[in-house]
Design a protein around this ligand. Structure first.
Ligand code: PMP
Length: 410
């Protein structure tokens, strides 16, 4: 490796974030790449021990569902293990088309297109829709894949303050009236758990001539009719131009999709490079996504249970006096506001049988570090009680001292 590149890598490794990670490793508290020895469920096996899982994005708890697993197994029997090619060439199966039709109907759009991951959807779609003289406008807390998709585009990229519609209006009002403006937002924000202010955003897009794309990775299966997502939740499906989703969360699989009108989907089929130049979703992933969608649509009680569990967890955490973020979803951020303590709490919790995800600098400012709880429909109330008791205990043990909850019940 060239000396300059090595020097640059070593310099990066001396950064504050790297040093915090090194300290965590030395203390045995490094919380990343933890190896799980079982299926993702409300309980997993780590280092041979049972641990309650409160870090999974499988909000409806379908990753280990017998019907979903059976569908995947059957697909392997019929179609084999992989498609060995891109959707564009030899990699389109009849079940890819079936899934696309089902998804379009589910989210209320004319057509849909499935990609091998949600990340690839955002890379391929955002980079190919707008041109050199156009604008892409982003919420500052959007997911990394949206940021990267816009980096790959030739358009000018602007960011507005998180969910701040005044700031968005200021930005929009300065742009040429006839320029194409694509506003891309998370439906449910992945760290904070709050929901985009879609009605205000739609009104601004109409006033200033913008188009809207909602990344609903965390909204699908969670909010809206039958879990159909953020646009459905607000009754604004027709006002949102593009709806993006991933199968790696409520759908318990792997892959992602974009849904829109026929012309846009047709355009993306021949312009989205992450679709054309990458192998298609594997048969097992497609079939398990279809099976998950069947369950989501036929068992509305799962969604109700998810929300009962979410409300219960928030109530218990508030009673413990912990500082929660402004969540409106099963994603519950609990502030610690110290990098090292965030790692330590995560480790103590794992040792005591609870898995949570730490969120530290540089992903968030150093004084806003947190642990993030993800609630599933399949958690029992007693699992939630156990987790909250252990979280409260870990905070006391490590000496986390944050003000009482900022969360306001809505
Ligand atoms: N968008 C958001 C908001 C996400 O949270 C994620 C996954 N973390 C993605 C896109 C990417 O999805 P995938 O896991 O399917 O690549």
């Amino acid at each position: 490796m060239g000396n300059k590149l090595r020097e640059m890598i070593i310099a990066r490794e001396k950064s504050a974030a790297y040093k915090a990670a090194e300290r965590a490793k030395a203390e045995g508290a490094y919380p990343y790449f933890r190896s799980i020895e079982s299926a993702q469920d409300t309980e997993v096996i780590i280092e041979g021990k049972k641990v309650l899982m409160f870090g999974s994005n499988a909000y409806l708890g379908l990753t280990n569902h017998p019907k979903v697993k059976e569908a995947a197994t059957r697909a392997i029997e019929v179609y084999g293990t992989g498609c060995a090619g891109s959707r564009f060439l030899n990699g389109t199966l009849d079940i890819h088309l079936e899934l696309e039709n089902r998804l379009a109907e589910y989210v209320g759009k004319d057509a849909a297109l499935v990609f091998s991951t949600g990340f690839q959807v955002n890379l391929g779609v955002i980079s190919s829709l707008t041109g050199r003289n156009d604008y892409i406008i982003l919420d500052e807390f959007n997911h990394a894949s949206i940021i990267d998709g816009s980096r790959l585009s030739f358009s000018k990229v602007l960011k507005y303050k998180h969910n701040d519609m005044k700031d968005l209006e200021q930005k929009l009002s300065k742009l040429p009236i006839d320029a194409i403006k694509l506003i891309v937002v998370d439906g449910v924000f992945s760290m904070e758990g709050d929901i985009v202010k879609l009605p205000e955003l739609v009104a601004l897009a109409e006033r200033y001539g913008g188009s809207i794309m909602v990344d609903d990775a965390h909204g699908l299966g969670v909010i809206g009719e039958q879990g159909a997502g953020t646009a459905s939740h607000f009754g604004l499906t027709d006002q949102v131009d593009l709806i993006m989703g991933t199968f790696s969360k409520s759908f318990a699989s792997l892959g992602g999709f974009i849904a829109s009108d026929h012309d846009t989907i047709q355009y993306l089929k021949t312009h989205a490079r992450s679709l054309i130049f990458s192998a298609s979703m594997s048969p097992a992933s497609v079939a398990s996504t279809i099976a998950a969608l069947d369950i989501i649509q036929s068992e509305p009680e799962r969604l109700e249970q998810l929300w009962d569990n979410t409300r219960y967890a928030i109530k218990l955490l508030q009673e413990e006096g912990l500082e929660l973020g402004p969540t409106e979803s099963p994603i519950i951020p609990i502030y610690i506001r110290d990098n090292d303590k965030t790692f330590q709490v995560t480790r103590v919790l794992q040792d005591n049988g609870v898995f949570v995800n730490p969120v530290v600098a540089p992903a968030v400012p150093a004084d806003s570090t947190l642990i993030r709880l993800s609630i599933m429909a399949t958690h029992t109330f007693s699992q939630i009680e156990e987790a909250v008791t252990k979280i409260s205990h870990a905070f006391k043990l490590i000496g986390v001292d944050t003000p009482k909850t900022a969360y306001e019940a809505s």
